[in-house]
Design a protein around this ligand. Structure first.
Ligand code: HEM
Length: 556
């Protein structure tokens, strides 16, 4: 590709320089001895040999031809076009090396690299890029497509069966171990459930699952929803993505880390601000596209901020040891086989994996209910009936289980706007043949990186009737196998129960207390605008929602 890019340039220079070359030869013929011009040439050759040595050391190979050309010309002006030709060709080779599709993957369809780079240059958020460049392949029935991402070519899986097969066989397709320079993993650490494989993953995964299953803190979800309602007073227009972030931050803080960030009442809390800043620094798109930049231009300020934040988590862990509570970290600390680094690493992993994803999910749910008032009203009626039937003002587990339509709304909003668009890459450990749901076969060689593209599977029309529409009823009848917001197989989200009950509790309480709409002039009316938050893509800069019908909440 790089060579192709440089060809027109080479072509132009060849055309421009050939007559000049003829001229210079004619000049040489006319002036066989030193003329001013040829004298200048000779003196350059004789007195500036470093020029030649510099060329050799810079390009280190394939330079003899250029030196020959360089020496054959009577002045630097004459040889400049050739130097440029060489430079562009060399640049072309470098680009070619960087972007060439590996031979073993060339049988697969691919998203062309130029539009991909252009999309990054334009600052498109990942969902927009997938819609533009990847989704057309899914709609055409392809099981997979090659995409250039994070500095290399990866196979994006677009088919639900291939996705399931890849995610189920952990030995054949383990998670790709993140490179050392990756700053998100510097913060999380290399010993956490999402990053490890094999026996360590089995041990840590059991630890996390057992701790998460020990307590489903519905009371805590309700308590914090009431705290949020206090902030909302008697209603009005609120920037909903911000409230959702603060609510989920307090949920994850109190129920998993046993630490109250108090983000709902104190949005300016230093830890909350520091966390947001670090996440923003980590998500620099240039470094996400070209991870090699981490080595070429290390981000020392970001690294320092990350290390300071990691220290804060370390301190929270120390405090937790001294004063245990009723939270996931306390349960994990009971296990004496876990090392300090594993505990710290998993604490940060639970925080990051659990916070931004839930914030995005809550934000999307309320956005869709605002966009479709009839669906909101239907969900509200169901909630009020269920609460009355269970004689409770706030949701209990039994009452929440009697709200299937609310659950369908949550699943449909996670389908249409899934916060985690792509799973962590899996690496094929051996040559494999995979079969898609529509009967196609796909050969994959050992070493190939494979990414399940949830967003594309969730919008594939072969799987979903009118995929672009928000229609919770598609989840009322039965479970839909193509739905994969929490991942697939043994490594699917261990907190999916926690997360859905959090959404069900706060969703039910919102519906019971408020009615909300999207203001007419909202920029989110045509479609929801999003941004990248750590590992998720979530609604951004609103949507501002207009809440009505609230009444004063008593203080905590
Ligand atoms: C709506 C909210 C959430 C969504 C959509 C979500 C989604 C996901 C997905 C798709 C994965 C699989 C990643 C992969 O296979 O590459 C995952 C894994 C994980 N999630 Fe969640 N998640 C949510 C909430 C949470 C919460 C609240 C926590 C913690 C309290 C959490 C902790 C984890 C962990 C530890 C893993 C790694 C599992 C493993 O690799 O074995 N998630 N999540």
């Amino acid at each position: 590709m790089g060579v192709l890019l440089s060809l027109p340039v080479v072509h132009i220079y060849l055309h421009c320089s050939i007559p000049r070359r003829a001229n210079s030869q004619a000049l040489d013929r006319r002036c066989p001895h030193d003329t001013n011009l040829s004298g200048a040439y000779h003196s350059t050759r004789r007195h500036a040999p470093w020029k030649q040595r510099a060329s050799v050391s810079v390009w280190n190979g394939n330079v003899q031809a250029v030196l020959g050309v360089y020496m054959a010309y009577p002045s630097w002006r004459e040889s400049l076009p050739w130097i440029l030709v060489f430079a562009f060709t060399a640049f072309g080779f470098v680009l070619n090396r960087a972007f060439a599709v590996p031979r073993t993957l060339r049988h697969l369809p691919m998203v062309p690299v130029l539009p991909t780079l252009w999309s990054y240059t334009c600052g498109d958020v990942e969902d927009v890029r997938i819609n533009k460049l990847v989704l057309p392949f899914a709609q055409r029935g392809e099981p997979a497509v090659l995409v250039y991402m994070m500095g290399q070519w990866m196979v994006h899986i677009l088919d639900c069966k291939v996705a399931r097969d890849v995610c189920t066989d952990l030995d054949a397709f383990p998670k790709e171990v993140p490179p050392d320079g990756n700053l998100l993993w510097r913060l999380i650490g290399h010993d956490s459930v999402p990053t490890v494989n094999g026996a360590q993953w089995k041990r840590l995964s059991k630890l996390v699952r057992d701790a998460l299953e020990r307590n489903l803190p519905i009371d805590q979800f309700s308590f914090l929803a009431r705290r949020m309602f206090q902030q909302m007073g008697e209603g009005g227009v609120f920037r909903w993505d911000d409230l959702a972030v603060r609510y989920t931050l307090d949920v994850i803080g109190t129920s998993t880390l046993g630490h109250d960030f108090d983000a709902l009442r104190n949005p300016e809390s230093p830890l909350v601000k520091r966390y947001s800043e670090v996440m923003e620094m980590i998500s620099n798109p240039m470094y996400l596209v070209l991870p090699i930049l981490e080595r070429l231009f290390p981000r020392t300020k970001t690294i320092q901020a990350i290390d300071e934040l990691a220290e804060v988590f370390q301190d929270i862990l120390k405090l937790k040891r001294q004063s245990p509570g009723n939270d996931v970290m306390t349960y994990m600390l009971e296990n004496t086989e876990t090392t300090d680094e594993e505990l710290r690493s998993n604490m940060v992993a639970l925080f990051i994996a659990g916070h931004d994803s839930s914030a995005g999910a809550l934000s999307s749910l309320c956005y869709f209910l605002a966009m479709y008032p009839q669906i909101q009203q239907r969900a509200r009626s169901e909630v009020l009936v269920a609460l009355a039937a269970h004689a409770t003002a706030e949701p209990t587990l039994a009452a929440l289980r009697a709200m299937p339509f609310l659950q369908a709304c949550i699943r449909e909003s996670l389908r249409a706007n899934t916060p985690i668009l792509e799973l962590v890459p899996r690496k094929a450990m051996r040559d494999t043949v995979l079969h898609s749901a529509n009967g196609k076969t796909m050969h994959v060689v050992a070493g190939t990186l494979m990414v399940v593209n949830i967003h594309a599977v969730h919008l594939r029309e072969e799987y979903w009737v009118r995929a672009a529409e928000f229609d919770p009823d598609r989840f009322m009848e039965h479970d839909v196998a193509q739905w994969m917001s929490f991942g697939l197989g043994p490594r699917q989200c261990p907190a999916r129960n926690f997360a859905t009950y959090e959404l069900r509790t706060v969703g039910a309480m919102l519906l019971a207390k408020w009615e909300w709409t999207l203001p007419e002039d909202s920029p989110h009316r045509a479609h929801i605008r999003k941004c990248v938050l750590a590992v998720c893509v979530v609604p951004s800069e609103g949507p501002y929602l207009d809440f009505k019908g609230g009444c004063e909440e008593p203080e905590d």
